[in-house]
Design a protein around this ligand. Sequence first.
Ligand code: ZN
Length: 353
Amino acid sequence: MKFVLLASLFAAVALESVSGQSPTTNNGEPTYVPQNNFPWKNKYPTPLSVPQIKPEWAKLVNNASVPQAPISTKGPDGALLPPPPGSKDTYCHWSFYQCLKPTDIATCQKGNWAVTYDDGPSPFSTKLYDYLKQNNIKATFFVIGGQVIQYPDLLKRLHDDGHEIGIHTWSHQLLTSQTNEQIIAELKWTELAIKEVIGLSPRFMRPPFGDMDDRVREVVKQLGFIPVIWNYDSFDWKIASGTIDAATVENTIKGWAGNASTATIGGISLEHDVSESGVDIAIKALPVLKGAYNMTLTSQCGNISHQAVYKENMEQENVAPSGGQVNGAGDALAYMKTSLTFGSIALLVTLLV
Ligand SMILES: [Zn+2]
């Protein structure tokens, strides 16, 4: 799988460690028991394996009301095949058209900034957790289910430290290339693992590679999740592939801060905490961003209370995602359309971790 080549070394090692194992028995029930001291009640698919849906989860989504967008096809390298030139964006596909809907959280209010970190938790994450705690900065972490069951103590610490936790699927697939049932399995297995560890079910989800269209959106919505994209990509995920160096990523982040006085909207940034280089850059970036923006949380960007980022706490939600986000999403779309060419998007879809 192409993304493994471009994911962090850690993720690649993790996948290597489970390759060749059967994630399920003949009746589809997972057999994997995490090797740690957490008192697991459930068995799980092996980390980063493609999970199968539990029968009871299939009933959570009414397929008749899900848009019939075609399932995206992938090339031999695992990347999405781009639509033919001149194609129309019928289903608001982010990967190729940077299309956002008002229900997507992708920007923050002017002057505000939310940092987000994907693909963890990992043994490298603790250095970042320590820095965030010492400097009283809260962040949002979109976690991989297989990482959660390997490092439950790290997830628990994230929650105890007051950060927000969202779902980043089980096996990091391009979701528009998956069936409705496969999407459900990716999200629900990860939700179950998080719930076992912290006792709460996230409402935020981030599609791997940002790959989402109206079909994925509707499945996500019917499962009770809210998509979170970003409007500032650090491209730190390119370091592992050798196509970018750490200094370039640092300069990118300094550029964000340098433009703060003229930016008409705030930011949600994409970084990763699954490699040592990613964590080191994240730590260098934080004082730069903090000097330019009011550091806030994804919940505020989406007009949701901090407590209500979990399903069990939804009654504490004071303001639903609203019209204010419509403008923000539109601005984000304009930003991304002017800053990313189609070619770079194709590259992004190929490489993004
Ligand atoms: Zn990711």
